[in-house]
Ligand binder design. Structure first.
Ligand code: C2E
Ligand code: MG
Ligand code: MG
Ligand code: MG
Length: 290
């Protein structure tokens, strides 16, 4: 098939994919040393309550400060860490670090006038391998204990695709965490295929609606189909007692639409880009409820 595309293009595409494979290989090889050398760091992106514009917490998003390539985003190395199993120690580090940070926010308690009211919660992403990691529950309990953080201050984000097809046995660790009071969010909701009866069986308390559904509301007039879809999802979620978080909110128009559609929490560049943890105390946010 590739040959039919013509000699030159065939060779170019080949050289290109070789280069990419080599780059992937060298990044993959460096991952363990990067973890030992402390090259990973976490940025935090605020989660804003739409009804009053207050900050409820933040999502922890990992980055890699590579000595040669500079800052790499998770999409560039999480899949590699998944393939090699390094995701388990890396994920444990993220969890530990995020819990420690949330504890620090709790103790600072400098939330008087700013948009941060009450103790901030922290959201941590889990990838499919981490879900099947046998000591997930024990390690999470330990991390919370060591940080002195109540389970309710932690939200674990799991993608819909990671859970599709999971049976009761495979869901048990998440259910145990949920029973302890850890919030479980279904990330990138709507991009996979979970039927409604399946949703009922999951131990989740939050749906994080994928960006693709809210893009059509960035400018007025909003895309009427997107409006209907979000309306439907919100009403379904609330019927099932789930809260709805929207990601990728980039404009005020979008925020206002989503607030009127009954979405509970929002995250996106309109409020703040992911940033260093110290910024949480000094945020000055647009008033979402104005
Ligand atoms: P996600 O969990 O869906 O995270 C949201 C992504 O959307 C983040 O990308 C964030 O920077 C980006 N984003 C936030 N607001 C906006 C906006 O207004 N507009 C646009 N266009 N984008 C926005 P990021 O940081 O590159 O992370 C990508 C994915 O990597 C995350 O998607 C998550 O699935 C994964 N990830 C991040 N940190 C971790 C981690 O510690 N462990 C694991 N397993 N996965 C992680
Ligand atoms: Mg997430
Ligand atoms: Mg997401
Ligand atoms: Mg997403």
């Amino acid at each position: 098939r590739a040959k039919a595309a013509g000699g030159n293009r065939y060779e170019l595409a080949d050289a290109d994919s070789d280069a990419r494979a080599i780059a992937r290989h060298s990044l993959t090889n460096r991952l363990p040393a990067a973890l030992d050398n402390g090259e990973f760091f976490i940025e935090y992106q605020p989660l804003v309550r739409l009804t009053d514009g207050t900050v409820r917490g933040a999502e922890a998003l990992v980055r890699w400060l590579h000595p040669v390539h500079g800052v790499l985003g998770p999409d560039q190395f999480i899949p590699l860490a998944e393939n090699t199993g390094l995701i388990v120690p890396l994920g444990r580090w993220v969890l530990q670090e995020a819990a420690r940070q949330a504890r620090a926010w709790h103790s600072e308690a400098q939330y008087g006038e700013g948009p941060c009211r009450g103790p901030l919660r922290v959201n941590v992403n889990l990838s499919p391998t981490q879900l099947r990691w046998p000591s997930l529950v024990a390690d999470t309990v330990l991390v919370l204990e060591n940080a002195g953080l109540p389970p309710s201050a932690l939200c674990l984000e799991v993608t819909e695709n990671a859970l599709i097809g999971a049976d009761e046995e495979e869901l048990r660790p998440l259910r145990q965490l949920a029973d302890m009071g850890v919030d479980i969010a279904l990330d990138d909701f709507g991009t996979g295929y979970s039927n409604l009866s399946y949703l009922r069986r999951l131990p989740v308390s939050t749906l994080k609606l994928d960006r693709s559904f809210t893009r059509g509301m960035q400018r007025a007039p909003a895309d009427p189909v997107d409006v209907k879809i979000v309306e439907g999802i919100v009403s379904l979620a609330h019927t099932l007692d789930l809260s709805v978080t929207v990601e990728g909110v980039e404009t005020g128009t979008q925020a206002e639409h989503l607030r009127m559609l009954g979405c509970d929490t929002a995250q996106g560049w309109y409020y703040a880009r992911p940033g260093p943890p110290e910024r949480m105390g000094t945020l000055s946010l647009v008033d979402a409820a104005s």
